[in-house]
Design a protein around this ligand. Structure first.
Ligand SMILES: [Cu+2]
Length: 427
C-alpha cells in the first residue's frame, strides 16, 4: 500500500474492504483483539449455550505496554511490517466508519424517537422487553436485550405537565421492571422490584403512569438484575422539555448520545466504531448534546478542536455553565452541553480512556467524529470518495445537504435530509 499525506483522507480505492475483509483485518469475529500486548476479551460470543462467560471490554489494568517499545524494537524486518499493518488497519477502520455513514454496516438501529398516542389527554407509549441478537459492530452479534427490540430503546419525549402512561410487556424469560431514572414519580411508579413493586414476570405486563414534573435529560432502564439487564441493552432516553423554554439555551441541532460498556463492549447509542454515527453540524450552528452514561465505567469524552459548554447535569442547571473539551460522564449521569461549531472539518470525538477507543487494530468502541460543514467542506464530498453506492438503497443514510427532523432512516433517505438524520433540528 502506498503512503498518504497524514492530513489526507484515505484513498478509498486502495482500501476496498468488503465486510469479510474488514472483519479479518480487525479480527473481531469470535477472537480476542490484541491491545498493545494485552487482549480485549472480545471473545466468548461463540459459546453455544449462549451464556456470557465473561464481560467484554478491557479493564484499564489489563492494558499492557506496547510489546515492541523503542528499546526492544525486534528485528528490523518485523518492525517494518508491523507499522504498515498498524497503519493499514487504522485506515481501514476510518474508511469503514465513513462507509457506515452512507450505508449502515450493521443491522439494527436504536435511540429512535417514538411518538406517543394520545388517550384522553394522556401520552401513551407501549414498550416491549425482548431478547434480541444485536449487531454492535460489523460481525459482532451479541445476545442482547432491548426495549421494542432496539438498543438503546426508543426516545420518549414529553413536556413538564404532561400526563404519561407507559405499558410495559415483558417478553423475556426473566422478570424485569422499568425505573424512570432522574424523573420525579410517585413512589409506587419507581420500578424497583421488592422495594416499590413486584417484578414484571415473564409474559406479564405492568403499566406505569405519572405526571412529568422535572425537565431534563433523563433515562429509563431495567432495575432488576440490572448489571446484566441494563448492560445488555435495557436502557433508553426519556427527555422532558421545560414547559417554558424561554430561558433554555438556544440550539440548532440536538443529539442524544448514550454510552454503555462491558457486556456488549464499548458502545455509543448501541454501536461500536466503525458502526457509530458521525455527528454533523454546519459552521456557526449550536449543537445540543445530551450525554448519558448507562454503563458501569467512567467515560471522559473528548472533543477535538472545540469546547462543550455544560449547562445542565441530571436535568439541574449548572450555574454558571462551564466549558470543557473532556467531559467525564459518570455511570448514571447525564450532562447537557452546547457545542459552538466554529471550525469546519472532521473532529475526532472519543472516550479518553484510550483502552475504550483504540488499539493497534485501529479505533473501536467509543469513537465518532463531529463533522462541521462550511462552504468548502462538505461531508457529501468526503463520502463521494468512499466507495460509492451505485444504487439507491432503502438503508442509504446520506443523500444531500440539509436537515431532517426525524430519525426514520427510510424516510430520511427519500427526503432531502442528509447525514443529519440522527440530529434533530430544533422546531
Ligand atoms: Cu470510556
Amino acid at each position: 500500500m502506498s503512503q498518504h499525506p497524514t492530513n489526507d483522507l484515505p484513498t478509498i480505492q486502495e482500501v476496498k474492504l468488503d465486510r469479510r475483509g474488514f472483519l479479518r483485518k480487525a479480527g473481531v469475529v469470535g477472537a480476542a483483539l490484541p491491545v498493545a500486548g494485552g487482549m480485549i476479551a472480545a471473545a466468548c460470543y461463540d459459546d453455544p449455550s449462549g451464556q456470557k462467560l465473561e464481560p467484554t471490554g478491557v479493564p484499564a489494568s489489563d492494558v499492557k505496554p506496547n510489546p515492541n517499545p523503542a528499546t526492544q524494537p525486534g528485528t528490523p524486518e518485523a518492525v517494518s511490517e508491523e507499522w504498515k499493518k498498524i497503519d493499514a488497519d487504522h485506515q481501514a477502520g476510518v474508511v469503514n466508519f465513513l462507509k457506515n455513514q452512507k450505508e449502515a454496516l450493521t443491522e439494527g438501529r436504536g435511540n429512535v424517537p417514538l411518538e406517543p398516542r394520545i388517550e384522553n389527554g394522556v401520552k401513551v407509549w407501549d414498550l416491549t422487553v425482548d431478547e434480541v441478537d444485536w449487531e454492535v459492530s460489523p460481525g459482532q452479534v451479541e445476545k442482547a436485550r432491548g426495549y421494542n427490540k432496539m438498543i438503546p430503546g426508543p426516545i420518549l419525549r414529553g413536556t413538564v405537565g404532561d400526563r404519561v402512561r407507559i405499558n410495559v410487556t415483558n417478553n423475556l424469560e426473566h422478570s424485569t421492571a422499568v425505573h424512570w431514572h432522574g424523573i420525579y414519580v410517585p413512589n409506587n411508579m419507581d420500578g424497583v422490584p421488592f422495594v416499590t413493586q413486584e417484578p414484571i414476570q415473564p409474559g406479564a405486563s405492568f403499566t406505569y403512569e405519572f405526571t412529568l414534573r422535572n425537565s431534563g435529560s433523563h433515562m429509563y432502564h431495567s432495575h432488576h438484575d440490572s448489571a446484566d439487564q441494563v448492560n445488555r441493552g435495557l436502557l433508553g432516553a426519556f427527555i422532558i422539555e421545560p414547559a417554558d423554554k424561554s430561558a433554555y439555551p438556544k440550539y440548532d441541532r440536538e443529539v442524544v448520545l448514550i454510552m454503555n460498556d462491558s457486556l456488549l463492549g464499548f458502545t455509543l447509542n448501541g454501536k461500536g466504531f466503525p458502526a457509530t454515527d458521525a455527528i454533523v453540524a454546519k459552521k456557526g450552528e449550536r449543537l445540543l448534546v445530551r450525554w448519558m452514561n448507562e454503563g458501569m465505567m467512567y467515560h471522559p469524552m473528548h472533543l477535538h478542536g472545540m469546547a462543550m459548554e455544560v449547562f445542565e447535569r441530571d436535568g439541574y442547571p449548572v450555574n454558571p455553565p462551564y466549558k470543557c473539551d473532556n467531559m467525564d460522564v459518570p455511570p448514571g449521569s447525564r450532562y447537557d452541553c452546547i457545542i459552538e461549531c466554529f471550525e469546519a472539518g472532521l473532529w475526532a470525538f472519543h472516550c479518553h480512556v484510550l483502552s475504550h477507543a483504540e488499539n493497534s487494530a485501529g479505533f473501536f468502541g467509543l469513537v465518532t467524529v463531529l463533522a462541521v460543514e462550511d462552504e468548502n467542506f462538505k461531508v457529501a464530498d468526503i463520502l463521494s470518495r468512499v466507495e460509492a453506492l451505485d444504487v439507491p438503497d432503502p438503508r442509504l443514510r446520506v443523500a444531500a445537504a440539509g436537515a431532517t427532523a426525524g430519525q426514520d432512516i427510510a424516510a430520511s433517505a427519500k427526503g432531502k435530509g442528509a447525514f443529519t438524520l440522527w440530529c434533530e433540528t430544533q422546531v
